[in-house]
Write a new protein. Sequence first.
Length: 212
Amino acid sequence: MIRVLTVGPLSENTVIVIDEDTKEAVVVDPGAEKDRIKKELEGYKLRYILATHGHLDHVGQVGYLKKIFDVPFLMSEKDLFLINNDIFPGFGQYIGAVKCPEPDAFLKEGDCIKFGRFSLEVIETPGHTPGSVCFYDESNSFVITGDTLFKGSIGRTDLPGGDMRRMESSLKKLMELPDDTDVIPGHGEATKIGIEKKTNPYITGKHRVDLW
């Protein structure tokens, strides 16, 4: 089971993946509304806290959950410079972020986070940030894309560490996944890889490059 909680003033998607048989769960990108996230985890054994990238609206409640559940926090080492970086003055305060601890371990291409019937494969997708990653479960046919791929759009590349050329390569990598793969983005509605291949202007090439 997958629960998507749209939280905080930026409507960020916190994703909770739950195995109903073992009652194990992982939470991806706990960005805001800590009490709501905690409530959704009641009755389950949290195994990991994961982050697709280091922006505060995606890691803003990692510190809170670490204190409550004492489980490993995993993300890319390449985004360490972002986990307590406001980027904009007052950004952390605006979204209610708490101090983010350093990860217990670093994620890299091909790693697999296994729990219950799920196996989340790490796909490195730099572009939005240097350490952006996606989590792909082949057996259950879904990918959690953070701010790399949205329905009909992509994450911005004009923030610290952003790189449009690397984003282009990352998008090509994601488009190699099966068309029926469900896409769970970091903001906005869910979609499918096949739909994005046909309709996303950043994939089809119909978006002006100078606006990327």
